[in-house]
Design a protein around this ligand. Structure first.
Ligand code: FES
Length: 152
C-alpha cells in the first residue's frame, strides 16, 4: 500500500559507540537524510529489551530500526552477539504480538560509516512509507483509553 503523503515515524535504537557516532558523522558531513527518524541512544545493543520495540509501536512508531557495532567491535565485547541471539527469537514472536516482521529492521553501522547510516535509515523510511501507517496498536489503545474527563 503506497501512500505518497504518509510520513512515517521511525524509532531508532542505536548504540552510543558506533551507530550513534556514525549518525553524528553523517550530520557533521552534511549528508542528506530524511527527517522521519528519532534516535534513542543506548549504551549497547545488548541493553535493548524487546519490550522497548513493542513500546515504540504502542506509542506511535510505524517502524523500528536497531543498529549497533559490527560483530567483534562491541565495546562490551559480546553485547551485540547477545542482541543478535535475542532478535532471532524475538522475530519469531513479532507476529504473535501483532507487529509485521517487515516493520522491524536491524543493521550494523560503525562510527566511521556516516554514508552507510544515511543509506540504511533512508532505506528503512522508504520501506515503511510503502507499507503505510502501522495501525495495529492504535486501535487497541483507543479501545482501552480512559475517558478524557474522569470525575473524582
Ligand atoms: S557497544 Fe555497540 S553494540 Fe555493544
Amino acid at each position: 500500500m503506497a501512500n505518497e503523503n504518509f510520513e512515517p515515524k521511525i524509532t531508532c535504537f542505536v548504540c552510543n559507540w558506533c551507530t550513534y557516532t556514525g549518525a553524528d558523522l553523517a550530520g557533521t558531513s552534511r549528508l542528506k537524510q530524511q527527517p522521519n527518524a528519532r534516535l534513542i541512544r543506548v549504551p549497547c545493543t545488548g541493553r535493548i529489551d524487546p519490550v522497548f520495540l513493542i513500546k515504540a509501536f504502542e506509542t506511535g512508531a510505524d517502524g523500528v530500526l536497531v543498529s549497533g557495532c559490527h560483530p567483534a567491535d562491541c565495546h562490551y565485547n559480546t553485547g551485540n552477539y547477545h542482541a543478535r541471539r535475542r532478535w532471532i527469537f524475538f522475530r519469531e514472536l513479532l507476529n504473535t504480538v501483532g507487529i509485521p516482521e517487515s516493520r522491524v529492521h536491524f543493521s550494523w553501522v560503525s562510527a566511521s560509516e556516516g554514508k552507510k547510516w544515511v543509506d540504511v535509515v533512508n532505506g528503512v523510511i522508504d520501506k515503511v512509507r510503502q507499507e503505510g501507517p502501522f495501525e495495529g496498536y492504535k486501535k487497541i489503545n483507543n479501545e482501552f483509553a480512559l475517558p478524557e474527563e474522569v470525575e473524582v
